[in-house]
Design a protein. Structure first.
Length: 378
């Protein structure tokens, strides 16, 4: 009860700060109420495990989450605290709905400002209809928009986030990566640079899953092999996105009339879809583009850029530290703290000290399969 009161007070304070900063108070208040509900309904995982009627997969995943917590704290040095020691039941696969927007002739996201986290290129809603209504407003203003579900989120260490029950249906390798991803956010968050925050957390989450399954099951286990396949897939998809970005930027900065640019980008989007269809069979883990359901536009591409930007530099930094992921995590954080205005530049310069390709097994796996060795763009 005490922790709940503290959470309520903290959220109320955030809402007041939002009001002073000129933010949408009704939006913050609704979000605060939704967060309070998730915190209020959490139950200790160890107590839930005492029940006899839990499905085997759910029990296995709950037990694994507790192991991932211990591993992330003891082996990776992440700030775990009380996060994910509890579980909250939710009755939907998506807990929040994320809205993104961008101008149709620019690969630059529209941003919103919030206290603590600063400028962010998306806005989350706990209700899909609210996200759709907000998207309609942005579309009327001429923006590309994209709405996607989010199955997890982090309060950045301000609360002991519960495990949301919708995550228990995930593949165990994906689940381990999601937990480590969110724990990285809890450990470090660079305000107003979501692309760095998400790309770093994405790399650490996927690589952390490799380390976890290496540790508990062995390097030759199925779990370790599947986790390495996810890392390799992330690298391939990141390189794919950079190639598509290069094509679009060449058009957007060509100096052609805007009407002509908008016409020609339709053909480029068609080519991107065809390229992804050829790549998709080589990818493991969660679905990236779901182009059967989503019409490709700048907002869609930017959404994925946030999570897969310059992954080759994170991998090179990992190689530089001899696949000691804990040391790599510390280096990522130190580089961002040292150059908060240009963390990708700092990362790229540090990565130039890397050994030559092929990278070690921690990135490519025993069978190799290195991503293409192309210069990263800071």
């Amino acid at each position: 009860m005490k922790s709940a009161r503290v959470a309520i007070g903290a959220i109320a304070l955030a809402v007041c700060a939002a009001a002073l900063a000129g933010c949408d108070v009704s939006y913050l208040a609704h979000s605060a109420c939704s967060e309070i509900r998730l915190l209020w309904n959490r139950r200790p995982i160890e107590r839930v495990l005492e029940r006899k009627d839990i499905e085997p997969q759910v029990r296995s995943n709950l037990e694994m989450v507790l192991e991932v917590r211990r591993f992330a704290s003891q082996r990776l040095g992440l700030n775990v605290g009380g996060a994910y020691s509890t579980v909250t039941p939710v009755d939907q696969s998506a807990v929040t709905w994320i809205l993104m927007a961008a101008e149709p002739d620019r690969l630059t996201p529209y941003t919103w400002y919030f206290p603590i986290v600063g400028s962010v290129p998306y806005k989350g809603y706990f209700n899909k209809a609210s996200a759709q209504a907000a998207a309609a407003v942005m579309q009327a203003r001429g923006y590309d928009t994209f709405i996607r579900p989010a199955v997890a989120f982090s309060s950045l260490g301000y609360f002991n986030d519960p495990l949301l029950s919708n995550l228990l249906s995930l593949d165990r390798v994906v689940l381990a990566g999601v937990i480590i991803h969110e724990l990285f956010h809890r450990t470090y968050f660079l305000a107003s640079n979501v692309m760095f925050d998400e790309s770093a957390a994405n790399y650490v989450g996927s690589r952390g899953a490799v380390e976890f399954f290496d540790h508990i099951e062995g390097r030759d286990s199925r779990g370790a092999a599947d986790a390495r396949a996810v890392v390799q897939s992330d690298m391939r998809f990141g390189a794919f996105l950079e190639r598509q970005e290069d094509k679009l930027l060449a058009l957007y900065y060509s100096g052609k009339p805007r009407e002509q640019i908008l016409q020609q980008r339709t053909a480029l989007f068609h080519d991107i879809q065809a390229d992804y269809a050829r790549l998709k069979p080589q990818l493991s883990g969660l679905e990236r583009f779901d182009l059967d359901k989503v019409k490709l536009n700048n907002a869609v591409l930017i959404n994925y850029q946030l999570y897969f930007h310059n992954l080759e530099d994170f991998a090179a930094l990992d190689a530089l530290h001899q696949c000691d992921l804990r040391a790599t995590i510390e280096a990522i954080i130190d580089l961002a703290k040292g150059e908060p205005d240009d963390p990708f530049g700092a990362l790229h310069r540090a990565a130039q000290l890397r050994p030559k390709y092929p990278l070690p097994d921690c990135v490519n796996g025993p069978a190799g399969g290195a991503p293409e060795n192309r210069p990263a763009r800071p």
